[in-house]
Design a protein around this ligand. Structure first.
Ligand code: KG4
Length: 339
């Protein structure tokens, strides 16, 4: 019998609902919140309020587009954490109430596991380009930078992670000080395509093992910028494409250096990338170059599954449903955790 899962994501500033039939995606609807743009970052209270307004219409639309009635659902999966507490509470409370009213299981999903399992969302039955276990996944988002060894759908081991800022956070903050707007990732990406990545050099961290650090780079970027602006008040305007390209290259190099080390040491050449920063063209190109040079089998998600979406929550819900890994109503949302 088919398993039909409704997935709900509300961990940050996107309210999203999706429906899968087994591992095939039927619908994925997201309401993004423009309200934060004026502030240069996500304002938690405004995010919670927008989720509260969006959640019912978004779920309604996802079921409608999937051609599924709520009575046909097998379970409701939802992001339980990590994320902004107020935002999470909206999705968690809605999902629990909805599942309870329908008398079906509720499935809690770790948002980070969802990003990794986004690689298993199928657009049709015969879509078979999925990573083989075990694989290495570079998970890079606004809040996390991790290298994960994925042994099975529900068996993941973090080999390394950031000890301070995440890669996306560093990009967003550097973009903000350049006055480029929020979120910085897509803006830097666009500008970087027109600039010279070797125009400026920024400091790279020396961290043992597979861990990352991005706060030093951020500081080096800010201090350099301050000095350059002293000599030329219009420095940013004159050099923004070169600054974006050099910053992007430094971040991509830092990410790939550790990933290369992890792949070499584990001998696993199935390599995936996931999370919001995996939308970045410089990083995607670096993956393709590594595939060619080192014989990696690479998996790069479609753009729509890189940033927060409920399709990845629904697919994770499906694999947890197969294991009968359900959640009880008393389990609270959590704001912090790794995989
Ligand atoms: O995965 P995500 O949507 O949210 C978290 O779960 O954190 O990731 C958001 C991050 C932001 O830092 C955003 O600037 C970055 O992903 N991002 C990008 C690009 N698109 C989004 N970074 C670089 N290049 C992009 N094209």
């Amino acid at each position: 019998m088919d398993t039909i899962i409704l997935g709900i994501e509300s961990s940050c500033d996107d309210t999203s609902a999706a429906v899968v039939r087994n591992d095939v995606l039927l619908s994925n609807v997201t309401a993004s919140q423009a309200v934060h743009e004026a502030y240069g970052g996500v304002v938690p209270e405004l995010a919670s309020r927008a989720h509260q307004q969006n959640i019912v219409p978004v779920v309604h639309e996802a079921l409608k587009r999937a051609g599924v009635t709520k009575e046909e659902l097998s379970a409701v999966a939802f992001t339980r954490g990590p994320g902004l507490m107020g935002s999470l509470l909206v999705g968690v409370s809605f999902a629990k109430g909805f599942a309870r009213s329908l008398g079906i299981p509720m499935i809690d999903v770790n948002h980070l596991q969802g990003h990794v399992l986004a690689h298993f969302i199928k657009s049709s039955e015969d879509d078979d380009n999925q990573p083989k276990f075990p694989f290495i996944c570079l998970l890079v988002s606004g809040g996390n930078s991790q290298i994960i060894r994925v042994n099975a759908y529900n068996d993941m081991q973090v080999l390394g992670q950031t000890i301070d800022d995440a890669a996306g956070e560093a990009i967003d903050k550097c973009s903000k000080v350049m006055g480029l707007g929020y979120p910085g990732g897509p803006i830097i990406d666009k500008l970087a395509r027109q600039g010279n990545p070797r125009a400026f050099a920024f400091s790279k961290p020396h961290i043992a093992g597979y861990d990352y650090s991005f706060s030093g780079l951020k500081t080096s970027f800010l201090y350099s910028l301050r000095e350059w602006i002293k000599d030329d008040p219009d420095f940013i305007e004159h050099h923004k494409t070169d600054l974006a390209a050099s910053l992007e290259k430094t971040i991509v190099d830092i990410l790939m250096d550790k990933l290369r080390k992890a792949v070499k040491d584990t001998g696993i050449r199935e390599v995936a990338v996931a999370g919001g920063v995996s939308a970045n063209n410089g990083l995607r190109n670096a993956f393709r170059e590594h595939a060619e040079k080192y014989g990696w089998n690479i998996y790069i998600p479609p753009f729509g599954y890189t940033t927060d979406n409920a399709a990845m929550i629904a697919i994770t819900g499906y694999y947890k449903y197969r294991d009968k890994d359900f959640c009880t109503i008393d389990k609270p949302a959590y704001s912090r955790v790794t995989i």
